[in-house]
Design a protein around this ligand. Sequence first.
Ligand SMILES: [Zn+2]
Length: 307
Amino acid sequence: MIRKKKKILMILSGIMITLGACVNQESGLPRGKNTIEVQNVEEGEETATSTVMADENITPTTNIEEMVTLSQTIKIEENITVTPVITEEIKIEEKDEVVQKYKIAIDAGHQQKGNSEQEAIGPGATETKAKVASGTTGVSTGIPEYQLTLEVAKKLEAELINRGYEVIMIRESHDVNISNAERAEIANNSGADIFIRIHANGSENQSVSGILTISPTKNNPYCSQIFAESRELSEEILNAMVEETGAINKGVMETDTMSGINWCEIPVSIVEMGFMSNPKEDELMQTEEYQKKLVKGMADGIDSFFN
Ligand SMILES: [Zn+2]
């Protein structure tokens, strides 16, 4: 979590000087220019210096143009009390103070070898599914989905760290064997605030292209408590990615068939970055430039979700 640290400064457009008993009440301060040092009594720090023009008035006022951080009555000397006349309070954001960072769990979809062993599609479910599907392959490039997902996941990791997030990577190599339910469990137990699952799509129709994101449905029997936030996360990411890449917006898909979503206890979104079955999009997704746009879009969407 990143909290803005705010410092409140006050502009003193005037101060009232009350003369103490030891000061000549008739003349007040000596005529002409008097330099006074305004001190913060509590801190004992000098915070502003001002010039007082004293005239015949017993209680001269002056203007302090400087912005000083004073909130209470201040003293110049023992026998002169200066009360700030606060006319304006402005809040200035000093800097982002990182109190506690948001943590993002990233899963690069699939792995080198799929695992057809079965696991429950959600907590308490009797229905089962393969632990990890083998994923799709680029129709033009021949590159497997698990390679593309990890390549982009690592770039997203770097971008998010650069933006002040903490990141946990579910996998950092291809030669792993982690089921979809296990991936969700790792994310749940990592202390992450959200879970981003990176995938690429495939269709029998090679002309289909575009980006879509996936969230659970409102009535998901396993994780309906994360529906609203998952849906919002999916929308933010999708919109930002489409804006950045100019790809076709395929919308947010809601489904309760994904083990890696159903086992989740934190807001989750599957990002289908594009169709590897579309020759043009397959090739595009392998370019440095397009991957940069995909990553920027995802990171912008994550920023929007938290702001
Ligand atoms: Zn996939």
